[in-house]
Design a protein around this ligand. Structure first.
Ligand SMILES: [Ca+2]
Length: 159
């Protein structure tokens, strides 16, 4: 059963690959200058400045979400972190996106636009999670910003 053997070999290899990625988070950025050192005590903080609905794409519908937030970094000469902005609709449906950021800046201002994401009335939650490594291991920082798009209450036209 050669195919069965290959499948088992792949399944056995997959955890090793994942462990390798976990143990060596800088492997994919080896060419990045001043890669962070394991001894660096990296601290990342997130400040969500605002999140609101608007017609960002000019299609005549205020069904887009614009979010502004700052990410402050300290403790190293350079930083690599994964960032997961998300938008949760009143029904609980959540859109999550994934960015990997490499920088030597200590303060970054982000503006993210979610085009055509407002499809329900009620409260929305814009959130940011960051995943990064410091001298104490893996760290996750999370911030969220609830806001009320048009409509005001359920069962009304959100646009
Ligand atoms: Ca629009």
């Amino acid at each position: 059963m050669p195919m069965h053997g290959k499948r088992i070999a792949f399944i056995a290899f997959l955890p090793l690959l994942l462990v390798g990625i976990t143990l060596n988070p800088w492997a994919s950025v080896s060419g990045f200058p001043h890669a962070p050192y394991e001894a660096d005590e990296v601290i990342i903080t997130i400040t969500i400045l605002s999140a609101y609905y608007t017609d960002a794409d000019g299609d005549g519908f205020a069904d887009d979400v614009v979010a502004h937030f700052d990410v402050a970094l300290s403790g190293a000469e350079a930083y690599v972190f994964d960032m997961f902005p998300s938008l949760t609709l009143p029904s609980g449906l959540t859109y999550i996106y994934w960015y990997t950021v490499l920088t030597n800046c200590t303060l970054i201002h982000f503006t993210i636009t979610f085009y055509n994401h407002i499809t329900e009335s009620g409260w929305y939650i814009f959130a940011i999670a960051t995943l990064y490594f410091s001298n104490n291991g893996r760290n996750i920082v999370y911030a969220e910003f609830p806001f009320d798009p048009p409509g005001g209450s359920p069962d009304q036209d959100p646009c």
